[in-house]
Ligand binder design. Structure first.
Ligand code: NAD
Length: 367
């Protein structure tokens, strides 16, 4: 493969918000690493960007130069949702072999016994974690990428490369749902029908939430949610309406107040809506990422014992995500709306950032 395709095409941005398709160095795997030829790499389509809305995606990095404390100060390779095939292995690699199909888990914690987060199994909280595409670490949006064997997940034949790349956002949803304490038959609201809201919908449907309402500003996204899970009830949020008025629409669609709200926008007004839609003792579980400081309907939440909790990435979700997809409980394929080659990186990013393209997931493929 390497003699036929020597170029390591990579997609990078920089502090000037340029998007460059470059020929990167071909990396050599270390003793514990594998060289992976990436076959499907996906990045976020983010057509709905508003100043209030801080999606954690490649388009966001390109357009705004950073997220929170992660600021782009030099060239940065994008991408952290990938799958591919192992083409070379380091001398200590025993579990994987050349030809294995794998999904890449892109947060690499230090794994030292002196690290409390790693030792206690909460490795997403490791202070020394390296996350590919989070500055200054280059992302995986490149043809060839070296990855530690320990953080490569073997894909069964029943899972395509395309689905393998989507295990990353599914991991976010699984981590959130597990910590949210969702139970069979819980009336659930999902705020936001972007990719994270949609994978949360698929996972909550598989987990037995009932009934389920999903919200969005965009009717196309709600229509797609309905195609994914026909029993979901949709509510189109009115941008200028008061959060209480939007919550009333949600409660009417749900037929009751929500036991659980999974918030997938990070937008302040949407979090308010979620709080107002919750029952006494309910919870608002915030996966969305938003403004550094936000107001809350403090006394409403206090007088109704509404828990407000948060999720940061994921831990130990890939094996379960693989099972859910391979056993047919979750079908990720309809989420991919646009496909390009690596060489078409610029066109792909243009499509992802153009609302008229109505993209949900944009993937770059390499045969
Ligand atoms: P996205 O931008 O594609 O989707 C967000 C959706 O929310 C859009 O469809 C938008 O129309 C909708 N929306 C905006 N304002 C709304 C409102 N007031 N009410 C209802 N819907 C509204 O983003 P995504 O990829 O789906 O990610 C969702 C959020 O999750 C982002 O904030 C992202 O940064 C965050 N995220 C968090 C983690 C984590 O570890 N916690 C991981 C990945 C993504």
């Amino acid at each position: 493969i390497l003699t036929r395709r020597p170029k390591n095409i990579a997609i990078e941005t920089n502090p000037k918000h340029e998007l460059n398709v470059i020929d990167a160095e071909l990396p050599e795997p270390g003793a514990n690493d594998c060289l992976v030829h990436q076959r499907h790499i996906r990045y976020l389509a983010e057509a709905s960007l508003t100043p209030e809305h801080h999606a954690e995606g490649d388009v966001h990095f390109w357009k705004t130069g950073g997220i929170g404390d992660s600021i782009i100060k030099s060239d940065l390779g994008l991408g952290h949702e990938s799958s591919g095939v192992v083409i070379k292995t380091g001398s200590n690699v025993k579990r994987l072999k050349i030809g294995d199909r794998v999904a890449l888990e892109c947060g690499i914690p230090c794994s030292k016994p002196t690290c409390e987060a790693c030792r206690t199994g909460r490795y997403n909280g490791c202070p020394d974690i390296i996350f590919y595409s989070s500055p200054p670490i280059h992302g995986t949006l490149r043809r060839y990428h070296v990855h530690p064997e320990a953080w490569l997940h073997l894909l069964p034949d029943s899972i395509s490369y395309e689905e393998g790349a989507l295990l990353e956002p599914l991991s976010v949803a699984l981590a959130g749902i597990e910590r949210s304490g969702l139970r069979l038959g819980d009336p659930l609201v999902i705020c936001g029908a972007g990719p994270i809201g949609m994978v949360s919908l698929l996972a909550a449907h598989a987990a037995g939430a009932a009934p389920i309402v999903i919200t969005d500003l965009d009717e196309n996204r709600l229509a797609m949610a309905k195609r994914l899970v026909p029993r979901v009830r949709t509510v189109q949020i009115q941008r200028d309406a008061d959060a209480r008025a939007n919550a009333e629409m949600i409660k009417a669609a749900l037929g009751q107040e929500a036991k659980l709200v999974i918030e997938c926008t990070g937008v302040e007004s949407s979090i308010h809506t979620g709080v107002y839609a919750s029952c006494f003792g309910g919870s608002v579980f915030v996966i969305g990422v938003g403004k550094d400081f936000q107001n809350l309907p403090f006394m409403h939440a206090s007088f109704r014992e509404i828990d407000i909790r948060f999720q940061f990435r994921y831990k130990e979700t890939y094996p379960n995500a693989i099972m859910l997809v391979s056993e047919g409980l979750i079908d990720l394929k309809p989420l991919v709306t646009h496909r390009f080659t690596l060489e078409q990186g610029r066109e792909a990013f243009e499509a992802a950032s153009n609302p008229a393209a109505k993209a949900v997931k944009v993937q770059l493929l390499d045969e």
